[in-house]
Each structure stands twice: as C-alpha cells, then as structure tokens.
Design a protein around this ligand. Structure first.
Ligand SMILES: Cc1ncc(COP(=O)(O)O)c(C=O)c1O
Length: 436
C-alpha cells in the first residue's frame, strides 16, 4: 500500500468533504496514531494533545483497558439495537444512576450529544405539557434543527431558528456582563432576569430550562456561585424542569465532582444529557431523568445505535477507570496546576489575556485587544497566531467563544504534571513571539 501523506489527505478532504467542515490551522493536522496524550500525524510529527477531540478522549488515545473491553465485545456481539436488553446497557444505566446527582435514575441511550439534547427537550415537553423552553445565549447544543435553534451562535446556524418556542436568556458571562455589572454586587441579575424573560416572551408556562454548567463552545463561560439556584427556582415556579447539559462538563472533567452541576449547591437537575467523554471517543450519548419525568414518555421510542454493546462496554471501562484511578481528583489537582500556569501567563501578557476561567481540566483564556488599556475588543487574530505558534512547538489546543477569541485547554483526565508544565511552557514561548 502506498504511504499516505498529510498533503494527500488535505487535498482529498478539500475535494470530497463538505466545505463547512472547517479544520483547525492554516495547514490542517492529519492525525494518524496516538498513545495517551501523545498523537502523531501522517508525516510522523508528534504533538501533545490538550483538546482530546473536543473533550472526548477522556482517558487518552489507545487506553489499554477501554481497548481491551472494546476488542472483547466486538468479537462477542456487535449490535442489537434498543429492541433487546443487553448486559452492557443495563450495567451502564445502573452505573450512571449511582453517580448521578439528586433523583436521576432512568437512562435513555443514543449516539450523540445532539440527540441527547433533542430527547431531553421532547421529554420536558411531554412531562410538563408545556412547549416553551429557555436556553442560554452563547450556548451550544448540536446540529439538528432543534439543537441549532437552541444553540446561540450565529456562525453555527446555517438557517434561521426553526423552533419558535425557544427563548434565549442572557448568559452568566461575568467577563462581558450583559448588564455591565460586577459579581457579586450584581446579585446575579442574569439569573433573576429569566423571570422577566418568561413573563414577557412566553405564555407564562414553560417546559424547561436547558443549560450547560460551563458553556463549552461558548468559551468555557463558568456561571458564578448562586446562578443556577436562582435560575432553576424561577424555572420551576413557571412549571418548567431543569435540563443540565453535561456533554462537555460530565465525567469528572471539572474536577472534584463527576458532574459539572454538582459544583452548584442546592441544584438538582430533572434531566441530564451527556456524550463526548462518556466512551473515550466511541459514539454514545445518554439522557438521565428522574423516574417521574422518564415515565412521561409514553409514545414509542427506538434508537438504532443507542446503547450499542461496543459503546456501552467502552463507557463502563471509562467510568471504572475514572473511579479506580481517582481521576476526578487528578482533574482537580492537575486543573489547579494548569490554572496557576494560565494565570502566570495572564500576569506576563496582561494586555492580550483578558480573562482566565473554567474548572478542573476545562480551562480557557480569553484574548482581547488591550486589557491594560481597558480595551476588551475580542482578538481572534491573536488566538489564530497562538494556534500556529503552539502547533510549531508540538501542542494541540482548542478554540471557542462567540467571537472566536477564546483558547480552550482540556487535556485527558489522566494527564500528568510534566505534561501540564510542558503545555504551559509552550504557551508561554508561543505568546512571547507576539503578545504583550
Ligand atoms: C454542550 C454540548 N451539547 C451538545 C453538543 C452536541 O454534541 P454532538 O456533537 O455529539 O452532537 C455539544 C457538542 O459540542 C456540546 O458541547
């Protein structure tokens, strides 16, 4: 077989794939193999991967335990659909129920985060008998018609919002407070404003509120303490349920807890969605709901790929490894080190770095024109530059934010101290080439 090169794959990508599938970097990286946090491209260039396929390869590439389970399962039974119960599907459902906050107990499996969010919204509507839904500006829910309507980024909406019943509340975006206020003297006005949003733009009875505990694609916008309690109390007052979208924040990503919402005291979701990190890269999404809410879905319901035996085998291996290797604690420890490193960069480049935020191994820096001069104009060009410089030095990172000016850093949960230090060193050397 002729050896494939990056140039060849880039050319074929351009010729045969939708052009809307944009790749990172001026010259895209064609990854071909990986081990743990190290990945290699087709030309043999090695990188330290600090984005993990968008927070998805939660245990690193080619994880021995996950791969062993996947190999064993695929040789035994590859697919049955949701029409047949399997050991994998019931064991995973039971395991998820044991880790979930509050009274979440029953599971529905699908193949992506988009489907999980779709299912959650339909379930909220069936349960409450109400149609209208509150989502958040800067939120991202996926690429179906409903998920695009929930999503609040114009660049991910090829067509106008199709679902009229969705209202977007202000995001808890403290660095760019929509009310020009500061926390905590703001008294979390962004959460309190949801009441007026419901009173003025809905029938006054809503199905629910869907929100990410930390807005991922939005640039790791981390709601301040108190936000979710206030918001969810208002939502319940008007008949709605709370859907926590844990697609990015789940499975220990935020450190200290299995789920991002558990950082917020006194808040229990009625429905929770998850995908990405659940199965180390195998396609799997899930919805968890309380028994009372799950029972409201009385219509038929099938998912061909949902809870596929191979994906559930991988997911069980992921959760067992998180528990056995204490990776939630590792996310907290290495996350603290990463945060300290990023804050050090903010001190060295105070003009370019406006904000450092996130929890655990979900950390971001927002780049602006000149923070020192008080000019917070988003600087996507600086992030573009940083991308090219870090690539040259062997580090892969992520990008996000409505203005495309946020750098997202999210290594595998089992990342080691030396790799965090290397990543921060590379970021520093890269920023030194252009940032002030
Ligand atoms: C918070 C959140 N919800 C839902 C989705 C959609 O997931 P998927 O791409 O698996 O459909 C994403 C994807 O990035 C996400 O970040």
């Amino acid at each position: 077989m002729t050896k494939r090169t990056s140039a060849d794959v880039r050319a074929k990508h351009k010729e045969f794939l939708f052009p809307s599938l944009a790749n990172y970097y001026a010259e895209s990286v064609c990854l071909d193999e990986g081990n743990g946090s190290r990945v290699k491209d087709l030309d043999g260039v090695e990188y330290l991967d600090f984005f993990g396929g968008i927070l998805t390869v939660s245990l690193g590439q080619a994880h021995p335990k996950v791969n062993a389970r996947v190999h064993a399962q695929i040789d035994r039974l590859g697919h049955v659909s949701t029409l047949y119960p399997t050991v994998g599907i019931v064991d995973l459902a039971e395991k998820l129920a044991s880790t979930a906050p509050g009274k979440l107990k029953k599971a529905f499996f699908c193949a992506s985060g988009t489907e999980a969010d779709e299912t959650a919204v339909a379930l909220a509507q069936m349960h409450t008998g109400n149609q209208e839904l509150i989502a958040l500006r800067h939120g991202y829910s996926g690429r179906s018609m409903l998920a695009m309507s929930l999503t609040a980024h114009s660049k991910y909406r090829g067509i106008p919002t199709q679902i009229a019943a969705i209202k977007h509340a202000h995001a808890p975006y403290c660095y760019r407070c929509p009310f020009g206020l500061s926390y905590p003297s703001c008294e979390v006005k962004c959460a309190r404003d949801i009441e007026e949003l419901i009173q003025t733009t809905t029938t006054g009875r809503i199905a629910g509120f869907l929100a990410e505990p930390i807005q991922g694609v939005g640039g790791f916008i981390d709601a301040p303490d108190g936000y979710f309690k206030i918001a969810v109390d208002i939502v319940r007052k008007y008949g709605g349920v709370f859907i926590a979208d844990e697609v990015q924040t789940g499975f220990g990503r935020t450190g200290e807890h299995m789920w991002g919402i558990q950082h917020h005291d006194g808040v229990e979701p009625d429905i929770m969605t998850m995908a990405k990190g659940i199965a180390n890269g195998l396609p799997l999404g899930a919805v968890l709901a309380t028994t009372g809410v799950a029972d409201s879905w009385t219509a038929g319901n099938i998912s061909t790929f949902g809870g596929n035996p191979i994906s559930t085998a991988a997911a069980l291996a992921v959760i067992e490894t998180i528990e056995e290797e204490k990776l939630i604690q590792n996310a907290a420890t290495q996350g603290a080190l990463l945060r300290e490193g990023l804050l050090g960069l903010k001190a060295r480049y105070p003009g370019s770095i406006g904000d450092v935020r996130g929890k655990g191994l979900m950390q971001a820096i927002e780049m602006v024109a000149d923070e020192v001069a008080g000019d917070r104009t988003p600087a996507p060009d600086k992030v573009g530059r940083l991308f090219e410089e870090t690539k040259k030095r062997g580090l892969l990172i992520g990008r996000g934010g409505l203005y495309n000016n946020v750098l997202r850093v999210s290594p595998a949960l089992n990342v080691v101290r030396e790799d965090v230090e290397t990543a921060v060193r590379i970021l520093d050397a890269s920023l030194a080439t252009f940032a002030s």
